[in-house]
Ligand binder design. Sequence first.
Ligand code: NDP
Length: 257
Amino acid sequence: MVQNFEKKLVLITGASRGIGKSIALALAKDGAHVICAATEARNSGKVVAEIQAAGGKATAVGCLVENPLAVKRMFAEVLDQAGPVDVLINNAGISKPMLTMEMTEENWDQHMNINCKSIFLCSQAAALQMKMNNGGSIINIGSILGRNAFPATLGYCASKAAVDQMTKVMAIEWARYGIRVNCIAPGYIRTELIDQLAVDGKVKLKDLERRTPQRRLGTGDDIANAVRYVASEGAAFMTGETLVVDGGWTAFGYYQT
Ligand code: NDP
């Protein structure tokens, strides 16, 4: 698959590690200038250095994506220093499992603010730039848990289900400005997030592999490749859609032996 993102400015939230890092490396390799956002700019430093060492263009920025002022400031600075954003990848997210009877209001708020409100804030700021620039592409990283229920994931599932619907509303409102909005819903991807859940005893990696028809966890590159397609001209007529990338997890409705 050859994709060309030469002269494209791509902002990726949560780009310091995991899925966001894989997306940043892939799009930089395809020629994009990638703005790698994390809670603090220094957290994206290694990713930016890796891209630059390979001859790519990358910039580290810090922004708490749930903070309206911080988001406004980040997009204003990017516009000032690099121009309007062509592609926004809303990837930053958290997962903090808690059984619903024990769940705190803080846990609910964290999931809704970081996984969901952030997408409203960042997409609105990006769309205002894209509208002036005659178009762009926004990709929200949702989850198979936006459609499938799991115990102890009330906040996470609710926030990711909202991402699917937010994708559709933004897509139909902004199509007239040439802005496409889509969602990619990963299955289980081997990142620090999943490793930490395994360490905390919240998931068992072997069980996740066994439950997946392809019998493996996904990689960051599996998601980055989907992003490369959805963000490209090849997907010009695709908007308001959620693309599930999960090794067959969601399709599977039988029992595993
Ligand atoms: P990681 O935990 O590995 O990375 C999370 C990233 O988000 C980091 O870059 C982190 O930055 C950033 N981040 C966290 N909180 C904030 C915040 N408040 N403001 C700004 N940035 C923040 O996660 P993954 O790579 O595994 O997941 C990425 C996305 O993919 C998430 O939305 C997740 O829900 C989704 N997903 C993941 C799956 C998986 O199996 N891994 C499955 C389905 C969906 P910092 O380094 O500064 O903390």
